[in-house]
Ligand binder design. Sequence first.
Ligand code: DX5
Ligand code: ZN
Length: 220
Amino acid sequence: GVTPNIAPSMLSADFANLSSEAHRILNSGADWLHMDVMDGHFVPNLTIGAPVIESLRKHTTAYLDCHMMVTNPLDYVEPLGKAGASGFTFHVETSKDNWQELIQMIKSHGMRPGVALNPGTPIGEVYPLVEAEKPVEMVLVMTVEPGFGGQKFMPEMMDKVRILRKRYPLLDIEVDGGLGPSNIDMAASAGANCIVAGSSVFGASEPAEVISLLRSSVQK
Ligand code: DX5
Ligand code: ZN
């Protein structure tokens, strides 16, 4: 079966102390570090890019799960690859015509390709990318509108997760936005195995407890 990957979102970390925040959260049991790259154009917010990922990479060997909320993901492949990114998840909305080239480039730069979709995007739009000769290896189902941490989880997105899990029993399916102890069972039973959690982990007095709760729900 699929293994759980708990991916705290560094968007909720103290950006002025990124290295110590990363170590704190990895020591609390995180599997991946979720890195939200935003360009102020695809989404109305600007966060981090290749230079910050390159800096963080010097302080950790952790899997850096990069979520590319950018209008032109192709422009970011080489910089992110050189910076030491591990996963490169682009949005299907940005890449209707060039996803094959994009997947190819991501792999040739040593990263694992994934595709994300916004709440308003139908799930069928990712099928060709999962079924391609060179496929994406993860689908990220947004459970909030992308752009900001701390928003409310959209339970109606679980239909997409269920449909994906039924169709692809071994696929990595990631959920992102508003996840925490109150809704993890819903996401896990729908079939998600990669769990992004920003405010619920970083806002907790004991992040390790929240991470272990998220993991045990996925393992059930
Ligand atoms: C939203 C980002 C998320 C966000 C999650 O655009 O993609 O990764 O940081 O944060 P929470 O868990 O607080 O919704
Ligand atoms: Zn994200």
